[in-house]
Design a protein around this ligand. Sequence first.
Ligand SMILES: Cc1cc2nc3c(=O)[nH]c(=O)nc-3n(C[C@H](O)[C@H](O)[C@H](O)COP(=O)(O)OP(=O)(O)OC[C@H]3O[C@@H](n4cnc5c(N)ncnc54)[C@H](O)[C@@H]3O)c2cc1C
Length: 503
Amino acid sequence: MTMTLVKPQLDGDYLDDLTIRTLYATDASAYREMPTAVTIPRSVDDLKKLIAYARATKQSLIPRTAGTSLAGQVVGKGIVVDVSKHFTKILEVNTQERWVRVQPGVVRDELNLFLKPHGLYYGPETSTANRAMIGGMVGNNSCGSNSVVYGSAREHLLSVKVLLADGSEAEFKATEAAQLSHTVLEASQKNGSASLLDTIYVQTNAMLSDPVNQLEIRKNFPKVTVERRNTGYALDMLLNCGPYTADGEPFNFCKLIAGSEGTLCFLTEIKLNIVPLPPTESGLVAVHCHSIDEALRATLIALKYRPYAVELIDNIILERADTNAEQRKNSFFVQRRANAASHLESFPTILVVDLSRDSRAEVEELATQMEAEMRAEGMGYHFPLLFGDDSKKIWTLRKAGLGLLGNLPGDAKAVAVIEDTAVDVRDQPEYIREFNVILKKHGMTSVHYAHAGSGEIHLRPIINLKTAEGHRQFRMIAEEIATLVKKYDGSLSGEHGDGRLRG
Ligand SMILES: Cc1cc2nc3c(=O)[nH]c(=O)nc-3n(C[C@H](O)[C@H](O)[C@H](O)COP(=O)(O)OP(=O)(O)OC[C@H]3O[C@@H](n4cnc5c(N)ncnc54)[C@H](O)[C@@H]3O)c2cc1C
């Protein structure tokens, strides 16, 4: 039973009227649940008061930044703690050592506007990068089209300052094996006076040192070559550190915190690795393929040319784009192909390969070589190379894909249920082939789009959720594809996180 206690006296706001609670009852997922209250803290002290109150009343806190999560991460009946309003400072930048220290409510694109005059850049992105905030990106271990170069938020997280579940402050950063052993030893000798932080070090060390656990983790987590791996807590990433792996990189709890979706601690400061600005000459090859399979095999060739992104747009999305005035203009480069069976022209499947470099000549040279190699393997029939504003139009088309699918005529829609699966990019053609065999067996089809270069195609089967049969198909597809992902040692979530959907 929840105890009634006096509400915490915050410098910020504690709001529990129906309107505000209703506004915060959703994120970008299908879930909706009324929170008990919404709070807008102003300071770390406010956060400590909230933690104390939540402990006393046995409620959960839901940290929240922009609230754009797709799997219900910030929906729940606890107290929403929105740090997007007052935790928005860029605290320090070090251009020599290439890092920046920020509060969690800094918007990703705004951070990059700030860094640009320094010639520096925060790599991980999302399609929502003009709203998504660093706290949420770390929470979800976000990544986007450019993950073939920059990876995800985890790879750029250097250290964090946090509040633990008892309200105590802690800092987590890279720790050499000798220092870690010393910390664990000291903590284990405290017995009755051990703090929560001591207990975390001692118990984590016990868990990761146990050979049985090591075997289970190595056996059951996605295989190491799966680049996008957002399902569950990243215990495998901790295990890869020294001293648990010989020659592993220094131990850092940040690896576990990235992707922990606000469930382990409350982030108050985040130190990020930053890199030089991307190349200035944006050049994209729109490889026109006959099929998804051809495009996925062509992806393996494209990756040899060190692209900044390799993204898929399938024929269903191009068909939808053709019915939308704005996206038809953005599809100006699409050349349909003759379809021998129907004597009609069909839309291709397009692989967008971003070969951006600092000079146009360099991009052209790479594009020519890549086209020759693909043609020699019988892949692709048209290879337009687009620069400047034209390349922006392709990106707009690619990002509009999700919205276009919302307009499929009739009640059957391209639904999100297994949209976030990821496998090793070399396994991808076979995985997708088997996926389509399963769908065909059930008389279904699916949309395929996005991150071919990172082994994550967003798959959206077309299902009518207004029917009982549609509900049955939804569950069946979730189960059968989970088994298929496991067969390939892949990850059920590549970028959107587990949230309530996969949790
Ligand atoms: C149309 C659309 C496209 C998208 N495309 C992508 C994409 O390309 N790639 C991608 O990765 N994601 C994508 N997403 C999902 C989402 O936008 C990203 O995961 C984004 O980084 C979330 O940021 P946010 O600020 O909205 O976080 P929120 O949704 O507010 O929070 C995300 C998680 O972080 C936790 N969190 C937030 N602040 C803190 C804190 N201070 N301390 C502890 N935990 C905290 C929250 O509790 C939650 O679990 C997309 C979403 C939409 C709607």
